[in-house]
Design a protein around this ligand. Structure first.
Ligand SMILES: C[S@@+](CC[C@H](N)C(=O)[O-])C[C@H]1O[C@@H](n2cnc3c(N)ncnc32)[C@H](O)[C@@H]1O
Length: 273
């Protein structure tokens, strides 16, 4: 598995949308919140929230339940996975934005909260700074940035007694070898170096029973990646080989094994003007 430097390497079809929606539930179970409790937003005010790379929009719909008066904008380069605008809750909007392009002036200093989740296949050249700078510009002074990702440093394979895991181990090694997400553990330093206040990094360990669920989602995304970002030119090429490995890993998972994923949440506040 090599690491691409540009281009989105996951599908936007119905299975990948279902994967994102299921992942939202696991993510929330691991964190215990949508917005970190230190972000003290009034629930009865039209606070402005931006969800960057909103995908299916599922995080926004959940936040809207918690903050009924909030105005929430979901930004993405594609809305192929979102419900039609006509069916969105009042106060939830979709807005096209490419985080790698200069930020439109009307988005500067608008948001009380900017949220971003799962950008590890989006960040180019191992460098989150170009994206981070745009996020910072979108915040009001005193506004919060919440950015959560998988923490690859602490990924492992776990199994119950007697179950061996050669395929899961090999997949884990391949995933780590891509280098995708290598920048995640340094994100809190990026926040601090750019003058953010109240920076904190929190690690949320994998809840044991969810290892199987996370693994099933990971099999899906690795399968998508194998078609979109790997060599599929012959039956022996990297893409078909990974898909065969996924089938063996899924069998190990059924016998009592799985990936153990830690989630890392980085938080920081734009200094007051
Ligand atoms: C892995 S999905 C995560 C979706 C969502 N944040 C979630 O957690 O369910 C990454 C999202 O980033 C979007 N994306 C990719 N490149 C982008 C860019 N340059 N600017 C903004 N969004 C982008 C993709 O279209 C996709 O919806």
């Amino acid at each position: 598995m090599s690491s691409p430097t540009t281009g989105y390497t996951l599908h936007r079809n119905y299975t990948s949308s279902a994967r994102l929606n299921a992942q939202h539930l696991l993510w929330k179970e691991a964190l215990g919140y949508n917005l970190h409790p230190c972000i003290d937003l009034p629930r009865d005010q039209p606070v402005r929230v931006a969800d960057i790379g909103t995908g299916t929009g599922i995080w926004m719909m959940d936040v809207k339940r918690d903050y009924p008066a909030a105005r929430i904008d979901g930004f993405d380069v594609s809305f192929a996975q979102c419900p039609p605008a006509e069916w969105l809750p009042d106060g939830v909007n979709l807005r096209p934005l490419d985080l790698y392009e200069p930020l439109p002036a009307e988005l500067e200093g608008v948001y009380d909260v900017v949220h971003l989740r799962l950008f590890f296949v989006v960040i180019r050249n191992d460098d989150p700074v170009p994206v981070f700078r745009n996020l910072l510009r979108m915040l009001k002074p005193g506004g919060w940035l919440q950015w959560s990702e998988h923490n690859y440093e602490s990924w492992s394979v776990q199994s119950v007694a007697g179950v061996s895991t050669p395929a899961l181990d090999e997949m884990m090694a391949l995933m780590k070898a891509t280098g995708l997400g290598r920048w995640v553990p340094g994100l809190s330093n990026v926040f601090a170096q750019h003058g953010m206040a109240e920076v904190r990094k929190e690690l949320h360990p994998c809840i044991p029973h969810t290892r199987v669920y996370w693994s099933q989602l990971q099999f899906n995304s690795n399968e998508e990646y194998s078609y979109l970002a790997m060599d599929n030119s012959s039956p022996d090429a990297a893409g078909p080989k990974l898909r065969s490995l996924i089938h063996q890993a899924a069998e190990e998972c059924r016998r009592g094994a799985g990936f153990d994923f830690t989630i890392e949440v980085t938080l920081g506040r734009k200094p007051p003007a």
